[in-house]
Design a protein around this ligand. Structure first.
Ligand SMILES: [Zn+2]
Length: 346
């Protein structure tokens, strides 16, 4: 058994917990059927845990790197001065730069979201961090986030807003914006298997279901048009997944972070199903591969009715534009686009 599992079991016993749930032991490894049964239950598993231990290294680091006694010329007598190396809190929480860390792993997002309490073990040279639904704090107090700092607290606020007589569409907008934040965070994390892209947030997506309508491979019925308005954060990193994960229109079809850059602060400006008029969904469907309708899919498609816009592309430096692709950033010269709306097309 690895040191991290052994230490987690010792710690659970020391805290007088009778049971411990460990993914790599409680889900039969290499058994596809068992994985399909267990993956959709992750939200429930973490949601019902008394406490979740999050480890960042090969062990929990219960055995700390000892502090050292230093000579302090300003002090005299028998009281010693004890020192330890300064901790870099920024490194501990760096998500996208470190896909192997707990914060960087895609599967751990919903773990964090559902767990009522988490003790983060930073390893032998780090502190402990405690996180619950109202905030997070480290041992030295440098990290001390309260109230609406985390997504869990924000969604709880959005839920309060959704009660009548408060404007329902406003609260749904808030909920959809929280969903966007979840997707941006999630796609910045790493996954060992690209095909886990939808299953690893299955429980989390289920949380939004009562407010955002039917779910289509990572997208929501009520905000389908704005939901497909994502773009990749870093083009060279972003590729279509090698194994089939999703059709091209959901964010899950890409291997790298996505963002909804056109959404700015004011959620009242977000197009809602009542206000968007530039496109209509004719039909949309997908086929799940398991009983989990939020999980892996076999195929999906969307039919949209949209305006057609005619464009003429012309180079500003007089060079030939034939074969030019929009977004061709290798091209040095500037490009002018003449956009003309053709009212006859649709
Ligand atoms: Zn600290």
């Amino acid at each position: 058994m690895s040191p991290v599992l052994r230490e987690a079991i010792i710690l659970a016993a020391a805290l007088e917990y009778e049971y411990i749930w460990i993914g790599s032991l409680c889900i039969i490894q290499d058994d596809q059927k068992d994985w399909e049964n267990e993956a959709p239950k992750m939200g429930s598993v973490y949601g019902h845990a008394a406490v979740v231990f999050a480890a960042y290294g090969r062990n929990l680091g219960i055995e700390k790197i000892p502090s050292v006694e230093i000579s302090d010329p300003t002090r005299s007598g028998n009281s010693p001065t004890i020192a330890r190396e300064e901790i870099d809190h920024g490194v501990f929480f760096s998500v996208p730069e470190n896909p192997d860390s707990w914060f960087g792993r895609g599967w751990c997002l919903q773990e964090r979201f559902f767990a009522p309490r988490i003790v983060h073990f930073g390893g032998a040279g780090e502190e402990l961090y405690f996180e619950c639904n109202s905030g997070m704090e480290c041992e030295c107090g440098y990290i001390s986030e309260r109230d609406n700092c985390n997504l869990k607290a924000r969604i709880a606020t959005a839920l309060l807003d959704i009660q009548p007589p408060i404007d329902y569409s406003f609260a749904c907008n808030e909920m959809w914006k929280d969903y966007i934040d979840v997707c941006e965070d999630y796609t910045s994390r790493g996954l060992a298997f690209a095909t886990d892209a939808l299953p690893a947030v299955s429980s989390l997506m289920g949380f939004f279901a009562p407010y955002l309508g039917a779910y289509y491979a990572g997208l929501w019925e009520k905000y389908l048009i704005p939901s497909i308005g994502w773009e990749v954060l870093c083009t060279p990193m972003s590729k279509r997944t090698e194994s089939y994960v999703a059709p091209s229109f959901p964010w899950a079809s890409r291997t790298a972070p996505v963002i909804w850059d056109w959404i700015y602060g004011d959620i009242n400006t977000i197009p809602t199903p009542e206000t968007y008029h530039f496109a209509q969904v004719v039909d949309v469907s997908y086929i799940p591969t398991t009983n989990d309708t939020n999980g892996q899919i076999a195929m999906g498609h969307i039919n949209l009715r949209v305006f057609i816009t005619q464009m003429t592309i012309e180079s500003t430096d007089g060079s030939e534009c034939s074969g030019l692709e929009i977004g061709d950033d290798k091209r040095r010269g500037g490009v002018l686009c003449h956009i003309g709306h053709n009212p006859g097309s649709g």
